[in-house]
Write a protein that binds this ligand. Structure first.
Ligand code: HPA
Length: 244
């Protein structure tokens, strides 16, 4: 059985039986976020990381993705399920939906993209997320009767501000169906480490210029949609881990 790491985004879920691991530890890549936990779900060990820190401290562009992933692997994690709160670009996606994109486009900049500072490492990234892990999560979702929308393209913006309506129009023309700020360089770094990663995206708002209230994003509604999505994530994970 592989040890699973769960990376949580904004508004990370309260999992049962969590033990906090030491904070403030250095890695060869600097300090990882304060917010590593060991938990048990469905009788299986789960290592949980709050990527923004717990309490939340690091904005998307300021997260030390390398240190976070390095530490997860050092703790024995062999595969990653990562949650991302996202805005919906595609009209068919609604707040509270859980989506597993198949592809991504990176619009972020200035983030450390590799563990190899010499720049000599070129990993294959044709398919950025792990198909086998995604299939196992999709089967678990089905058993848990949780709707999981599969496919689509995650566009990773720099943040921390949200996008303009014109930026979202451009991303839609590029083929993006979802917009978030944290899947990159996380997915690329996980690939470098050989860690399979499956994204579970929680839709928390229609993207800028989309939806009924197209003029501005209702930030108050985000938390409610996030909680709804996280409840679904836990239901899927319970089935996923319980099956093994
Ligand atoms: N844009 C970028 N990131 C996000 C959004 C959004 O609309 N919603 C949640 N994360």
């Amino acid at each position: 059985m592989s040890t699973t790491g769960l990376i949580l985004g904004s508004g990370g879920a309260a999992l049962p039986q969590l033990e906090r691991l030491p904070d403030g530890l250095d890695t060869p890549y600097g300090q990882a976020a304060d917010g590593f936990f060991r938990g048990i779900l469905a009788g299986e060990e789960l290592l949980v990381l709050h990527r923004h820190g717990q309490p939340r401290r690091h904005a998307p562009h300021a997260i030390n993705y390398r240190a976070n992933l390095w530490r997860l692997q050092a703790l024995g994690v062999e595969r990653l399920v990562a949650t991302y709160t996202v805005g919906a670009i595609a009209a068919r996606l609604l707040p509270g939906d859980l989506v597993v994109p198949g592809q991504l486009i990176d619009y972020s900049w200035g983030r450390a993209q590799t563990f190899d500072d010499s720049g000599a490492t070129h990993v294959d990234f044709t398919t950025p997320f792990d198909a086998e892990l995604i299939a196992a999560l999709a089967a678990a979702a089905q058993r848990a009767t949780v709707q999981l929308a599969a496919g689509g393209v995650y566009g990773c913006t720099q943040g921390p501000r949200l996008e303009t309506a014109a930026e979202i129009d451009r991303m839609e023309r590029d083929g993006c169906t979802l917009v978030g700020m944290t899947a990159m360089p996380e997915a690329a770094l996980a690939r470098e480490l050989g860690l399979p990663l499956a994204p579970l995206c929680i839709v928390v708002n229609p993207a800028a210029g989309r939806g009924a209230a197209a003029e501005r994003i209702d930030l108050g509604a985000l938390q409610e949609a996030s909680n709804k999505g996280l409840a679904k994530v836990l239901a899927v994970l319970r089935e996923f881990l319980g099956k093994e």
